[in-house]
Design a protein around this ligand. Sequence first.
Ligand SMILES: C[S@@+](CC[C@H](N)C(=O)[O-])C[C@H]1O[C@@H](n2cnc3c(N)ncnc32)[C@H](O)[C@@H]1O
Length: 362
Amino acid sequence: MSKTEEGQHKQTDQHDSDSTMSKESKLLAACYAGDCSRVKELAEQGAEIFITDETGRTALHFAAASGDADTVRFVIEAGIPWNALDIGGYTAGDYAETGGHDAAYDALVQAGIRAEMVLRMLNQKSTMDQAANEDYLSQPVKYSGDRLVDAEKNGVMMSWEAPLMELHAQTICSKPGSSVLNIGFGMGIIDTALQALKPAKHVIVEAHPDVYRHMKDEGWDKKPGVHILFGRWQDKMDEIRALGPYDGIFFDTFGEFYKDLDNFHQSIFATGDDVEKKTPLLCKPNGVYSFFNGLGGDHKLFHDVYCHIVKADLLKLGVDTQYSQVSGDADIDEDTWKGIKRPYWMLKAYNLPTCTWTQESS
Ligand SMILES: C[S@@+](CC[C@H](N)C(=O)[O-])C[C@H]1O[C@@H](n2cnc3c(N)ncnc32)[C@H](O)[C@@H]1O
């Protein structure tokens, strides 16, 4: 036994030597000490693993805080969900990260990826996703100052994202005269940034009637080279294709889910024998695609899991995804989320995706 292991056992022993302690308290103490064999032993003796302390921390939170990846894996295999939150809204990933425990954090990310893959296989039907988008589109939205909000005070778009949109615009439009496609106008921040980069053709797809009206009020329909397609992107694919192919594509909608993003990726990248798929939407080989990467944006662990999943899904379509980290909270202060139902971004680093065809694709 190494010195550290010896120390750990001592720590666990000290913690659970008290005969008045329940088996469950001993189990949490062993998790916190990262003493995997003791955790197993207690579980075999019948200690209930699905317990929490008074702050809602699960055995997984304690295991993650210890930094011991084996304990983390054991506790997950025993059934504690990888994405459990304590009362304060913290994931086990937050505990691992605070302690600087990379291996434990990685074990959580891997568990998250596996769990999401299983869910995906089980969840064959997802009509729910579309209902959410249709609900949003049938209710009014309002522009007020630095934000666009829906009827339930959700932030549809907010001006703190402007520096990120500038970077996204530069990513998909590297030279004047390009042909670009943007899905979702919102506050027109990325479209304004794209216009400054002088594209020859600039196609914008927008589904919300109030946003469409706002676009026309602002004269977007009169700008040279700009084509507005009013409707859901799902219903506009033929027109989008007829105006393509594009040097750059950006995707940022609202009220949609990962499944929709994945469907969009299938639409632009899937190749096959039928005529539609023979002509890719994104120019080959140099076209660049990017999307607003707010996936799981309220918890770093969830976000990291989604970053892996989307990258793997795109790779299956012959697309390489590189993330560049930029500060994602530079323009967020304590007033940013005032009056907004749910802050949708709580992370410090934003992973800006640059997606390109892989070299081997023709
Ligand atoms: C987050 S905002 C886009 C913000 C934009 N990137 C900007 O820089 O201001 C999302 C926009 O997508 C639109 N939208 C939502 N669902 C859509 C869909 N299925 N097809 C097209 N547009 C959609 C919303 O109405 C909203 O205007």
